[in-house]
Design a protein around this ligand. Sequence first.
Ligand code: CU
Length: 178
Amino acid sequence: MKLTYFALVLPLIFTACGDSASDLSHHNHGHSDVQAEDSVEPPYNPVSVIGGVTVIEMMGNDRMRYNLDAFSVPAGGLVKVNFRNVGKMPKAVMGHNVVFLKANVDSGAFATAAAAARDNEYIPVQFEDQILAHTNLLGSGESDTIEFTAPNKSGDYEFLCSFPAHLFAGMRGVMTVE
Ligand SMILES: [Cu+2]
C-alpha cells in the first residue's frame, strides 16, 4: 500500500519541483534543463545574429551588473536588445535600464544629469538628442525589448544604466560598431 502511494506521488512531487524551479531565465531561454542533461548543446550565447539582426540578450541584477560589458555590431546594422531585470529588489531602489549613447558623449555627465531626472525615469531631457536608444526603466522581473539601427560610423559607443549611481558602480559597457 505504501509503495503504491509513493509510486503515484513521487512523480507528482518531481513535476511540482520542476515547475517551481523554472524561474524567469529558464522560461525565457528554455534550455537550461536540457543543457544539464545534454552536453552537446553549446553554451548559451547572449549575442546572436538572427535574420541579419544582431540580437543581444541583456540582464541586470541586484549587484548592479549587466551580464555583458562589451559586444560588437556591424555598422548600420539592425540591433535588437532584449533586456531583463533579473534582480529581486524593488524598482524604487534597484531599477535598471540600458541607455546607448551616441559617440563622444560624456557618460559621467550624462549619469549625473540622469540622477536628477527621476520624474522622467532617469532619462535627462537635455541629453535626449545624445541617446541612440534606451529601454524602459525596469523593476524586478520586468523585461523590455528595443530595436535600433547601429551608427554607420565605426567606433566605441558606451551604454549604461542611468539609475542613480549605477554607472559609477560599474553598470556600463561598450558597444563596438565595426
Ligand atoms: Cu541599474
